[in-house]
Design a protein around this ligand. Structure first.
Ligand code: PAF
Length: 284
């Protein structure tokens, strides 16, 4: 993979990487299209990264659908390389004996980081390795995982990787449910109630647009909306600053806020978010 990438670089091509864990859906294909529009050599990596799953999470049962993924990439077109390494390929000493980690402090403390200890360390470590092997100029990530995007962007800047990160808007089903490989785990009843995540986020956005500046009132509004879905069990519902990812005491007109939530349906954990610019009184 590295010699292929180096050769493309030498030929003056602009390289894009789309890192994925496979089980590709329209959301991933939107990343590929975005990459294609910004670069002239696109690599898609497919690797279910063991170090970002905690004990008891779904590493073993995470869907692995390589043949279908390759077919989907052939259909969408414009992909120059698919990099699907083995665990030993990316963790030469094995994942259990891995000694070299990349950690981003602060931004990983809250939101998903609070409930998935070690998750972001696994993500930053594997993405740094993918950058080293695939040598991209740009890398595209979905904004459904907004915290992941902000953490990786910080890592890419602070490690001076030279890789520009592109955040691509979330692709949704017609009823608002964000596309996710984990949607496949939902029972029909859970699937029917799952659009409540998007409804809660829309309620937050509407409250902010109406001029609500108290985070607690907006969170309360989201919780009320979530309570209309009896199978939804909130893990967190928060409003944080998009720079620091820390909770805000009061919304400041002109700044951006990230409304984010993680909700369980049975054993399935779904996340979603919206980034809202807080209007000043003169905008309304
Ligand atoms: O978002 C994902 O699919 C994964 O976290 C990533 C970025 C491919 C790293 O394993």
């Amino acid at each position: 993979m590295r010699s292929l990438a180096e050769e493309a670089r030498r030929a003056g091509r602009r390289l894009a990487l789309v890192p994925t864990m496979g089980a590709l859906h329209e959301g991933h294909l939107a990343l590929v299209r975005e990459a294609r529009s910004r670069a002239d050599h696109v690599t898609v990596s497919i690797f279910v990264n063991p170090t970002q799953f905690g004990p008891g999470e779904d590493y073993e049962r995470y869907p692995r659908t390589l043949e279908a993924d390759l077919e989907a990439l052939r259909r969408v077109g414009g992909v120059d390389a698919v990099f699907a390494p083995t665990v030993e390929g990316l963790y030469p000493y094995g994942e259990a004996a891995n000694a070299t980690w990349v950690t981003v402090e602060g931004l990983t403390d809250g939101l998903c980081g609070r409930y998935r200890p070690g998750h972001f360390r696994g993500v930053t470590t594997v993405v740094a390795r993918l950058f080293n092997v695939c040598r991209p100029h740009i890398a595209c990530f979905g904004l459904k995982d907004a915290q992941q995007f902000f953490v990786l962007r910080r890592m890419a800047r602070e490690l001076l990787t030279g890789v520009e990160l592109i955040g691509v808007p979330t692709v949704r089903e017609a009823d608002g449910l964000a596309l996710s490989s984990r949607n496949a785990y939902l029972s029909p009843e859970e699937r029917a109630q799952a659009p409540v995540l998007w409804k809660a986020l829309q309620a937050a956005e509407a409250a902010i647009q109406r001029g609500e500046l108290r985070p607690a009132a907006i969170v309360e509004r989201m919780l009320q909306m979530l309570a209309t879905a009896p199978l939804a069990r909130p893990q967190y519902v928060e409003l944080v600053d998009t720079e620091t990812l820390q909770p805000v005491d009061r919304l400041e007109p002109g700044r951006e806020v990230l409304a984010a939530l993680a909700i369980y349906f049975g054993q399935t954990r779904l996340i979603d978010n919206v980034i809202v610019r807080i209007p000043s009184p003169t905008d309304r």
